[in-house]
Design a binder for this molecule. Sequence first.
Ligand code: ZN
Length: 125
Amino acid sequence: MINTPNHEVSSKLKCSICRTDINDRTMMYQSSLKLGIICAMCKQRFTDEEIEMIIDMFFALGEYFGARDRSQFSIKDIIFEFAVDLNEGKANFHTQNVRMWHKVLTYGITPREFLEELSLYVEQG
Ligand SMILES: [Zn+2]
């Protein structure tokens, strides 16, 4: 009889936020409300509240944290897009806010980093 190979793939766990493989199960965290599993890095870079929000967002809109090239991130573009869509009545504030955060996160930018960049941008006028 042929031995069926032990498929590691099926037992491989991925972080619900950044999709990193979680090899060490002692280094994983279960999010409190959802079924998400979080890696140690994400546990560290996000607050518990953010984790729930982010899992929801990626579940609804797809993609993941750091899916896009961070060097391509432009806070100016993000703000511009946000403002234009609102102006044209394409989206309400809440929807647009969610979309903006989703985009920011796909670039691998944490809410804290984004708010820092935003305040710098605002200061520059
Ligand atoms: Zn992660």
